[in-house]
Design a protein around this ligand. Structure first.
Ligand SMILES: [Zn+2]
Length: 290
């Protein structure tokens, strides 16, 4: 399926910024028991866990959805020149994402809407770019769609703890008057709808694609690894509500299991897309061909 594919009258492109072994699984998933990791290591390696480092291999990517009416970019990765706590994301200067956007056939001027499933570091970065020492919207004509509840959460949180991510990648969009703060079930045209999936963050949304019926769904960060398909109760350390995240994940996977709908995950290793089937008490990710 590669990085671009057609679903009815929609075209979906993956625009990859990086794909690397990034995090230790037991730190990333605080409620993952070491023996469960060992039992499952054989099918997670080499794609989802890098055998050399033992780290989770994550893709960091955007999806570009071309509908008959709009070109919509979902999630905008880490971006360049931004001060970040993670050394591997701090002050990035590489052009991989920009090259891959061009390879998919788009320039930043082609994007009608940018939408973020939530407002974490690896989903908002290219919202803005540095120009003469100021953060300006990267996409010159795009409206930026954020869930109202998600923005409210981070607005409140930054009064307690400074949040450079919000300040350099979300606030300049709000101040430029380019944001649309929407309900968690908002639609863009008749081919794309948000759906509330709280837990990873309070205002997290997934994205359903398809005109009359749902043919594909973008998960955002309601799930990070195929391991959480088999065990939906495994939550990720940054989930603001670990219990709600697990409940949302199980409900979501149950809803899309054996439906033929294409799951487009934010972080699973390439090809990142696939179908959900059952596996015991959990689920299995049947990845589409790379
Ligand atoms: Zn993420």
């Amino acid at each position: 399926m590669g990085t671009s594919f057609q679903l009815g009258d929609l075209t979906i492109h993956r625009v990859i910024e990086e794909e690397s072994p990034l995090f230790d699984p037991l730190t990333f998933f605080p409620n993952l028991a070491p023996e469960v990791l060992e039992e499952n290591r054989h099918w997670l390696e080499p794609q989802a866990i890098d055998p050399a480092t033992g780290k989770l291999r994550l893709a960091i990517q955007s999806y570009v959805i071309r509908t008959p009416h709009h070109t919509i970019l979902v999630d905008s990765c880490v971006g360049n020149h931004k001060p970040r706590a993670q050394p591997f994301w701090n002050q990035k200067t590489d052009d991989t994402w920009e090259r891959n956007l061009a390879a998919a056939g788009y320039s930043v001027g082609d994007i009608d809407y940018v939408m973020c499933t939530h407002l974490h570091v690896d989903h908002v970065g290219w919202n803005t770019r540095l120009e003469n020492g100021r953060w300006v919207p990267t996409f010159p004509k795009a409206r930026y769609v954020f869930a109202e509840r998600e923005v409210a959460h981070w607005e409140a949180a930054r009064k307690e703890t400074p949040n450079p991510i919000f300040e350099d990648s979300v606030l300049p969009i709000l101040e430029a008057g380019r944001a649309e703060l929407v309900a968690a079930d908002h639609g863009i045209g008749d081919h794309l709808r948000l759906t509330p999936t709280p837990g990873h963050t309070p205002g997290h949304v997934a994205v359903e694609l398809g005109k009359e019926e749902v043919t594909a769904v973008l998960t955002g960060d309601l799930i990070h690894s195929p391991l959480q398909m088999r065990y939906p109760e495994i939550s990720m350390r940054a989930d603001t509500d670990q219990k709600q995240s697990a409940e949302t994940r199980r409900r979501f996977l149950e809803c899309h299991c054996d439906t033929g709908r294409l799951l487009c995950t934010a972080h699973f290793p390439s090809p990142s897309t696939g179908h959900v089937t059952r596996w015991g008490d959990g689920f299995r990710f049947m990845a589409t061909e790379a």
